[in-house]
Design a protein around this ligand. Structure first.
Ligand code: 5RP
Length: 219
C-alpha cells in the first residue's frame, strides 16, 4: 500500500466515530481530504462540520456538508484531523499545512480528538519534522531569536500567510523530549499566536494505517 492509500484507510476508519446528528470538527491536510470525501455520503445524516481552515471549508461545501461556526455550535463531540508526527502517547506535531491555530481551537472545543495518520508519522521522539510556530508578522525576528536561544533553527515559511494573516516559523533541530513543557514555553513567547505541539491537549485516539490494516492507539 502506498502512503496515500494508507492515509485513506486511516480516514475511512475514522467514520466509525461519526454519529448521526453530529456536528463534526474537521481538520486540514491530505489525510483529512479523504475523510471529507467520505463524509459526502453522510452529509444528510450529520448536522454539519466546524472546519479548521478555508481549504477544508471549501472542500466540505463542495461535498454538500454545511460549514458551521464554532461560536454557534458550542463544544463538539468529535474532531478528526491528521498530524505530521505522533508519539505512541498521542502527543503531536501539527501545522505542516499551516492551519495549527484553528486546529488547536477546534481540538480544544472537542470532547474526542481522533487523529488519522499513516504509520510513517509515528515516532519515538517528536522533532524530526520541523515544528511550526505561527507568529504575528512584526514579531517574527523577535520570536526567531528566542527560538534559536532554545536550541532550534527557525526558518520562515516563504511566501506563506496563514488563514489568520500571520506567518509561520518552521523550527528545525529540536529533539522534543517533554512536549507539554515545550508547548507551554513557546506558547508564552510574546508574538507567538500558537505552536504546533499538541501535547497538553493531544489526540484521544490515534488511527495508524499500515500494510496490515488500521490500528487504534488510545490515550
Ligand atoms: C495541517 C496539519 C495536518 O494535519 C498535517 O500537516 C498532516 O497533513 P497531511 O495529512 O497532508 O500529511 O496539521 O496544518
Amino acid at each position: 500500500m502506498n502512503a496515500d492509500a494508507k492515509k485513506k484507510a486511516a480516514a475511512l476508519a475514522a467514520l466509525e466515530y461519526v454519529e448521526d446528528g453530529m456536528t463534526v470538527g474537521v481538520g486540514t491536510g491530505t489525510t483529512v481530504n479523504h475523510f471529507i470525501a467520505a463524509l459526502k455520503d453522510r452529509r444528510n445524516r450529520i448536522a454539519g462540520a466546524v472546519s479548521s481552515s478555508e481549504a477544508s471549508s471549501r472542500l466540505l461545501r463542495e461535498a454538500g456538508v454545511e460549514v458551521r461556526s464554532l461560536n454557534d455550535t458550542g463544544d463538539l463531540a468529535l474532531y478528526v484531523d491528521g498530524a505530521d508526527e505522533s508519539t505512541r502517547h498521542l502527543a503531536l506535531i501539527k501545522g505542516g499545512g499551516g492551519a495549527l491555530t484553528r486546529e488547536k481551537i477546534v481540538a480544544a472545543a472537542s470532547r474526542r480528538f481522533v487523529c488519522i495518520v499513516d504509520e510513517s508519522k509515528v515516532v519515538d521522539v517528536l522533532g524530526r519534522f520541523p515544528l511550526p510556530v505561527e507568529v504575528i508578522p512584526m514579531a517574527r525576528s523577535l520570536v526567531a531569536r528566542k527560538l534559536a536561544a532554545m536550541g532550534g533553527r527557525p526558518v520562515l515559511r516563504q511566501g506563506f500567510k496563514t488563514d489568520n494573516g500571520n506567518e509561520i516559523l518552521d523550527v528545525h533541530n529540536l529533539r522534543i523530549t517533554d512536549p507539554a513543557a515545550l508547548e507551554a514555553e513557546i506558547g508564552l513567547l510574546v508574538g507567538v499566536v500558537e505552536v504546533g505541539l499538541f501535547a497538553r491537549r493531544g489526540a484521544d485516539v490515534l488511527l495508524v494505517a499500515g500494510d496490515s490494516g488500521v490500528q487504534a492507539l488510545k490515550r
